[in-house]
Design a protein around this ligand. Structure first.
Ligand code: 6PG
Length: 237
C-alpha cells in the first residue's frame, strides 16, 4: 500500500509523521515486545525528531535504533546523521545506549559497511534480510534517498544489505542500506519538504517508469507512506 499525507508546513509534517511513527512502534511493541527502526539524516527528519522527543506514550527502551545511511564522519561532526538523531531524539528521550546501533564510521568504508551488516545479522537474525518495523527516509532534489545517489554503484546491489557507496557529486564515501534490505521493511516513511524537490517528487510518485533512486523503494509486502509539505507537493496532479 502506498499512501501520502500533505501537511501545510514542514512543522506540521513533523507532528503528523511523529504521530504515525509512534503508532507503528506501539503496535510492533504490542505484537513482538520490541521494535526495530532505522533513522535517517536530513533537515526534514530533524523536525520529526523534535516532535517525537516529546512522546512518552511508549517504552523507548524496547526500541532498537539503526541508521539507513551515514556519512563517514565521527558522531560529533555536524554532518553525522547518527549524531543529529542522538542530539534531537535519543538523548532527549534518555534512551539506553545498548539499544542504539550507530554505523562504525571509524572504519574504512568497505569494512564499515561489512561490519554494520554483520551487526544486523547478529541482532536481527530472524529473517534474511530482516524486516524492519519502520525505516525513515528523506529524499534529495536529485532523487536520491538514504545514500543511494543517481548513477552510483550501490543502486545495483542485489546481495549486500549495507553498502559503501562512493558518491562522485559529493566526493565522498557514504554507508547506505541497499534496496534488498529497504524493500523488506514493514513500513517505510518518506519525509520530504521544500519546493526544490517538487518536480522530482512528481516524477517519483506519478511516473511509473521513474528512474530516480527514491522511486525504486517498493516494499515487497510492507506499507509505503509519504509525508510531504505543501511546498514539496506543488507539482503533484
Ligand atoms: C543524507 C540523508 C539524505 C537526506 C536527503 C533529504 O545523509 O544525506 O540521509 O538521504 O535524507 O538528502 O534531506 P533534507 O530533508 O535535508 O532535504
Amino acid at each position: 500500500m502506498t499512501d501520502k499525507m500533505i501537511a501545510e508546513s514542514k512543522d506540521q509534517l513533523g507532528a503528523q509523521a511523529a504521530d504515525y511513527i509512534t503508532r507503528v512502534l506501539k503496535s510492533a511493541l504490542q505484537q513482538r515486545g520490541f521494535a526495530n527502526i532505522a533513522l535517517s539524516g536530513g533537515s526534514t527528519p530533524k523536525v520529526v525528531y523534535k516532535h517525537l522527543q516529546h512522546t512518552d506514550a511508549l517504552d523507548w527502551n524496547a526500541v532498537r535504533f539503526f541508521w539507513s545511511d551515514e556519512r563517514m564522519v565521527p558522531l560529533h561532526d555536524p554532518d553525522s546523521n547518527a549524531g543529529m538523531a542522538l542530539e534531537n531524539l535519543l538523548h532527549p528521550l534518555s534512551v539506553v545506549p545498548n539499544t542504539i546501533f550507530t554505523p562504525p564510521t571509524f572504519l574504512q568504508p568497505q569494512a564499515a559497511a561489512a561490519q554494520y551488516e554483520l551487526s544486523l545479522r547478529r541482532i536481527l537474525p530472524q529473517q534474511a534480510p530482516p524486516a524492519f518495523d519502520l525505516i525513515l527516509l528523506g529524499m534529495g532534489d536529485d532523487g536520491h534517498t538514504a545514500s543511494l545517489f543517481p548513477g552510483t554503484k550501490a543502486l545495483n546491489e542485489t546481495r549486500r544489505w549495507v553498502a559503501a557507496n562512493y558518491v562522485k557529486s559529493k566526493e565522498a564515501w557514504r554507508l547506505t542500506f541497499t534496496y534488498p534490505l529497504l524493500n523488506q521493511a514493514r513500513h517505510i516513511l518518506f519525509l520530504v519538504s521544500g519546493a526544490n524537490k517538487a518536480e522530482v517528487l512528481a516524477d517519483v510518485l506519478e511516473n511509473p517508469d521513474s528512474r530516480y533512486p527514491a522511486a525504486q523503494v517498493k516494499p515487497h509486502s510492507g506499507n509505503l507512506i509519504w509525508f510531504l509539505d505543501q511546498d514539496a507537493a506543488t507539482e503533484l496532479r
